[in-house]
Design a protein around this ligand. Sequence first.
Ligand code: COA
Length: 185
Amino acid sequence: MTTHVIRPARTGDGDTIRRLMPLAFDDAAMANALADGVERNNGEIRHAYGPIDVLICESEDQRVGMLLAQPPIDLLERFAFSPIQLVTVAQQLVSVEIVAVDPAHRRQGIGRALMEEFETIARARGAAKLSLSFPEKDPDLASWYAKQGYQIIEARAEFDLEIGGMILPVSDGDSGHILAFKDLG
Ligand SMILES: CC(C)(COP(=O)(O)OP(=O)(O)OC[C@H]1O[C@@H](n2cnc3c(N)ncnc32)[C@H](O)[C@@H]1OP(=O)(O)O)[C@@H](O)C(=O)NCCC(=O)NCCS
């Protein structure tokens, strides 16, 4: 049986990030910036609003999957939060930005294992919900995320997100992306 090990990214993972991240999000500059940050800081990177987490999945000494999560920066900048509300939302809501698995290693449970490992980390830090968004043109992803327990918000629908004792009306607008949320319970 193949064993998968999931661990935080560290110095030496830069090339893996440059290879895997574009599978999910075609922006070489962003992949390079993240890879450089991981290399420089041994994987310990932060945004002003909170930690940026990069997880790597190794399978038999090959690096075959990655996950990137960060504070929900767009949402934090869209609403006029008080400083206390800002801290509360930044702690309670985390955005999963990227999950990507090498095509040769898909459908072996690696994507799911990356998501589950990050849920454990986020829950331990006091997060109540995870959010993410994915391109509307990729219906397979909607069923994959639904399988991982996410509530998929219909395209262009407005959704009342309950977080930190507040109700925030959120919508993907016309971005061509679909929003999804998961309660960490
Ligand atoms: C989406 C992705 C991360 C899934 O990774 P994976 O390792 O193949 O997924 P898993 O094997 O953990 O899948 C878990 C379950 O979902 C199923 N599944 C896998 N891919 C699926 C798909 N495209 N559609 C529906 N179900 C799918 C698996 O059969 C498995 O089901 P089971 O638990 O009933 O056996 C991978 O396909 C990928 O890297 N895609 C390209 C990058 C991308 O688009 N990322 C998301 C946007 S950031």
